[in-house]
Structure formats: structure tokens, C-alpha cells
Design a protein around this ligand. Structure first.
Ligand SMILES: [Zn+2]
Length: 284
């Protein structure tokens, strides 16, 4: 993620008071707290990270859905859609203990390091990854879309937000949504600016391309027969091609040109330096 050159992030391991939304606890356990520090140091530190963090979703389902059919994974735990080059699924559904997007599942060792002034930090795999392999989960604070927008007062702040499902997408999953819903806007957003897992360090690359080697997927988990809330998927990142040890991991943020606006309502743009053959020239 782009950052001012004088700033680095430190993971100090503290937990702040849990953020609460609609009376529910919505922060993952042991979420790292990333603190922006100002420093004159020329060499920001490198982190090696393999943690997987999972939001706690204590559901009070409003829009619910039921688990579906057969496993979306290959026998060795890779995502079938990626393995076979199929279009990415809107969601995958998991149940029981035999799934990959889960604490204790496969955890590739990732390294977070400073790239350069224009690029900021980046995340690199420290081992070879097969196509369809789980990389990490996008975690952070879970906010309403309106609250997330209210936090985005500075340049680049939006790049740490990940939109969860829109009412339109919930409909495609078989969920009946209120007629008053704004179909195109997500109800909830994950904000990883201050707190979140390693996924916050994955840079953008325009895709589909060789550069955009990771694809985010919405994933729902089922620990019982209870339905889950379609508005609150996990976001699981999978490789969409074989990735070699040492490669940077990047995915297409998919932000439309008008996604970020300044206080006066004018569209703001961030140039893209991904270098891919399909580069759109901007991240947003
Ligand atoms: Zn690009």
C-alpha cells in the first residue's frame, strides 16, 4: 500500500477496546494493531507473517442463506475454480472442520517488506504456491459503509477498505433483501487501516493478468445448522496461478474510477504502477 516515505507501520500487538456494531462483537481475536510512526530511518523493518485471523461473527441473521452442495476444493485443499481456470465464484460455502480458510489450516509464510517510495509496502510469498491455494484472509474492523466513508478523509485511506457483499450480490446468492436496500452499495466494509491481518499489505495489480496473481473470494463458514448472514462473508484470498517463492502477491482492487471522492465531491485518482499489459493506469 502506498505510504508517505517517512512513515512505517509497526505491529505492536495491542488490542484496543472492541469495536461494537449493533451490539455484536465484530473484531477478530488477536488482531494486530498497525500504528503509523514517523521516522527518519532509511530502512523500515521487514515482517514475516503467517497468521490467519478470523472475524468473530456472532450472527443475528437478517439476510440468511443455507449451505450448498459439494466441496469447492480439490482433494488437497486448493480452490477448484482457480485450479480449473473458471470464473471466480461470488462465494464459497464451508462447513465442519475440513475447510482451508480456517485457523490451523495451511498457512503460507509471507514476508512484508518495503518496496520503494512510490509503492510503499508489499507482501511476498516465501514458498512456492500452487494455483488455487489459500493465501490469507482480509481482516480488519467491520464497519457500516457509511462509517467507513466517514473515516476516509485523507488521500489513499480508501485503499485499506474492502467492500463486503452488496444487496445485489446477496440476491444472486438466493437471499431476499429489503426493497428499500440500495442494491449497489455494500452494507458492511472491512477497514484494515489501523487493525488487520497481512492482507492489508497486498498491493493492487490490474487484472486479469500475470501480475494479479491472487483473487479475493467471499467465503461463508458454517459451524452448525444455523444460517449465516449473507452480508458478512469472510474474504479469502487464493492464488489464481502457480506463484514462485519470492514473488510479490497482488490482486485487482476493482475500484471504479469514481470510487474515491474528495470533500468537494470531485473524483480523486491514484496512478497505478503495476506494469501489467492490461494496466488501466489508475488504481481508482
Ligand atoms: Zn495497473
Amino acid at each position: 500500500m502506498p505510504l508517505a516515505p517517512w512513515a512505517w507501520l509497526s505491529c505492536c500487538g495491542r488490542r484496543r477496546d472492541e469495536h461494537r456494531l449493533e451490539g455484536r462483537s465484530l473484531l477478530p481475536e488477536n488482531t494486530p494493531h498497525w500504528e503509523l510512526l514517523q521516522s527518519e530511518e532509511a530502512s523500515p523493518p521487514t515482517f514475516e507473517m503467517s497468521e490467519i485471523l478470523h472475524p468473530i461473527l456472532e450472527d443475528a441473521p437478517l439476510w440468511s442463506l443455507k449451505p450448498r452442495g459439494s466441496s469447492p476444493y480439490t482433494w488437497d485443499g486448493r480452490l477448484l475454480a482457480m485450479d480449473q481456470g473458471l470464473p471466480k465464484p461470488l462465494a464459497i460455502f464451508e462447513a465442519g472442520e475440513c475447510h482451508v480458510v480456517r485457523r490451523g489450516g495451511p498457512r503460507p509464510l509471507l514476508q512484508v517488506r518495503w518496496i520503494q517510495r512510490d509503492m510503499g509496502w508489499g507482501a511476498f510469498t516465501m514458498q512456492n504456491l500452487a494455483v488455487g491455494e489459500f493465501v490469507c484472509e482480509y481482516t480488519g474492523e467491520l464497519l457500516t459503509d457509511a462509517e467507513a466513508e466517514s473515516r476516509c478523509t485523507g488521500p489513499g485511506r480508501d485503499a485499506y477498505l474492502f467492500n463486503l457483499t452488496t444487496p445485489q450480490q446477496c440476491t444472486r446468492l438466493g437471499v431476499q433483501v429489503p426493497s428499500s436496500a440500495d442494491m449497489a452499495d455494500p452494507v458492511f466494509v472491512i477497514d484494515a487501516y489501523e487493525k488487520g491481518g497481512v492482507a492489508r499489505f497486498l498491493n493492487h495489480a490490474c487484472g486479469p493478468s500475470h501480475a494479479a496473481n491472487v483473487t479475493p473470494i467471499y467465503a461463508y463458514t458454517f459451524d452448525s445448522e444455523e444460517p449465516v448472514d449473507a452480508r458478512l462473508p469472510h474474504v479469502a484470498l487464493f492464488t489464481n496461478r502457480a506463484v514462485t517463492k519470492g514473488e510479490e502477491l497482488r490482486y485487482d482492487y476493482g475500484m471504479p474510477p469514481e470510487a474515491v471522492q474528495s470533500a468537494d465531491g470531485a473524483a480523486r485518482h491514484q496512478p497505478c504502477l503495476c506494469g501489467s499489459s492490461v494496466c488501466r493506469g489508475r488504481i481508482y
